[in-house]
Design a binder for this molecule. Structure first.
Ligand SMILES: [Cu+2]
Length: 471
């Protein structure tokens, strides 16, 4: 885990021009050069050198799209195209995205900027881009058929509008969107305030990521696009833990995290060790009277949430979706619960026929994290984040807020595991344990159930059905 998350690469270092194979050279000559990025490392903030100044964001396992100024207009070039995204170390998904990645690059502008975005379609089908949450002319809203003709394969369309209000937004297709969003077409958009805004505070660190989900069979490379609810890869910016970078901050930094949800269910996002305020939604900054301290905020489908807090507690703090299935990836969901079932006899019978048969989950699922069961090629690891005290037993929508007093301002490098001061880690009690006091009211006997059957009924436990296991 440490090897691939310790590196932050400068914005310009590994960018190359996209070969414009299917678009005419003459047409491309007038366009801003498309910038491509294929590495999944979190890139350093892109400090603006042209246009209005602003305090840039950091996209978790992502990057910000450079632009060019053309007579006062900020010009970007998005290329919709098939991409390969490494979702966690060694697990690659064949997705659709923008400029080499899924999600596409974050677009950062300043309130009042006139923005011109060239969108080149290198997908095998038509597309469009909807600028989720923006105030703009109706014909720039990107719903194909309603606001514009769809962008055919091989063609480039131009969107142009003024970024009218500051806030946290997204972009995604509104053309065959069921397919295109299931394949990873999405990105983040930040409009920074032009002048000091009474509801927008200055912060030291400003992180962004999208919640997204895929259904990729173990051993497969391409998402199943018909899935509506039963996804098996719950990801942040198309990365699954342990492939999600930590959010690294300096002690006493004021931190903002912006989260957008383009999955088909809600995600209660939970931060350990700190209380935060929800300071913004897709509608812009929240009125101060609506803000309350929370440790979990639900990000519903199609919503953005912007949270802020003072990082004043040192340590490695878990930060995750609180739907426990969303922190356990690549699971088949039809597996019966086997806790407490003694498999020994049935396992002996089955191994006569299937020598590799393995019993799963009879003591809970924690065993899964450490087992060395061979997985099909190209399968996301399940619950295999290794922490300083053993397996973290989580995957999927999970990362850490790492707060360090000696982290340099603006330094996002992973500082490694937190070194706990002596006497501040939970430890085994080895003294004498008194017998627990029991009360007459324990065990449900204080209110006997009525109409109980005269003889006891034995609960039938279902036997495992191996054909349903999906990992
Ligand atoms: Cu979730």
């Amino acid at each position: 885990m440490t090897n691939r998350r310790s590196f932050l690469t400068g914005a310009g270092a590994i960018t190359t021009a996209v070969a414009a194979a299917s678009v005419s050279r003459v047409a491309m000559a007038a366009l801003p050069e498309p910038v491509l990025q294929t590495h999944a490392e979190t890139m350093s903030p892109l400090v603006p050198t042209t246009g209005r100044p602003y305090n840039p964001v950091v996209t978790l396992n992502g990057w910000t799209l450079p632009w060019r100024m053309n007579n006062g207009v900020k010009e970007f070039h998005l290329v919709a195209e098939p991409v390969v995204r490494e979702m966690s170390p060694g697990f690659k998904a064949h997705l659709w995205g923008y400029n080499g990645q899924s999600p596409g690059p974050t677009i950062e502008v300043v309130e009042g900027d006139r923005v011109r975005i060239f969108v080149t379609n290198k997908l095998p089908e038509h597309t469009s881009v909807h600028w989720h949450g923006q105030r703009l002319p109706n014909g720039m809203d990107g719903v194909s058929g309603l606001n514009q003709p769809a962008i055919p394969s091989g063609k480039t369309f131009v969107y142009e509008f003024v970024a009218r209000r500051p806030g946290t937004f997204m972009y995604h297709p509104h053309a065959d969107e069921m397919t295109q969003m299931a394949m990873g077409m999405m990105g983040f958009w930040i409009t920074h305030p032009k002048v000091k805004h009474p509801l927008i505070d200055d912060v030291d660190r400003d992180f962004v990521f999208l919640l997204n989900a895929y259904d990729i069979d173990p051993g497969a490379y391409t998402p199943k696009i018909m899935t509506m609810l039963d996804f098996n890869l719950w990801s942040w910016n198309s990365r699954v833990f342990p492939g999600i970078d930590p959010l690294v901050v300096r002690k006493n930094d004021k931190v903002r995290i912006r989260i957008g949800n383009l999955t088909m269910t809600n995600h209660p996002i939970h931060l350990h060790g700190h209380e935060f305020l929800v300071t913004g939604t897709d509608g812009g900054p929240t009125p101060k009277s609506t803000r309350m301290y929370e440790v979990t905020t639900d990000v519903a489908v199609g919503q953005m949430r912007q949270i802020e807090f003072l990082a004043d507690e040192e340590g490695d703090w878990a930060f995750h979706c609180h739907k426990s299935h969303h922190t356990m990836n690549a699971m088949g969901h039809e597996v019966p619960t086997m806790i407490g079932v003694d498999h020994r006899k049935v396992a002996r019978e089955i191994t006569k026929l299937v020598p590799d048969y393995m019993v799963m989950g009879e003591r809970g699922m924690a065993d899964m994290a450490e087992m060395e069961m061979p997985l099909p090629d190209n399968t996301a690891p399940m619950m295999t984040g290794a922490g300083p005290f053993g397996s973290v037993e989580m995957g999927g929508m999970f990362s850490m807020l790492k707060v360090r007093k000696d982290q340099k301002p603006g330094d996002y490098k992973d500082p490694g595991w937190y070194k706990h001061p002596p006497g501040t880690v939970a430890y085994e009690w080895t003294g004498i344990l008194p017998d627990p006091a029991r009360f007459a009211s324990e065990g449900g006997k204080s209110m006997p159930a009525q109409n109980m059957p005269a003889q006891e009924i034995e609960v039938q436990v279902r036997k495992p059905v191996m054909g349903n296991m999906k990992h």
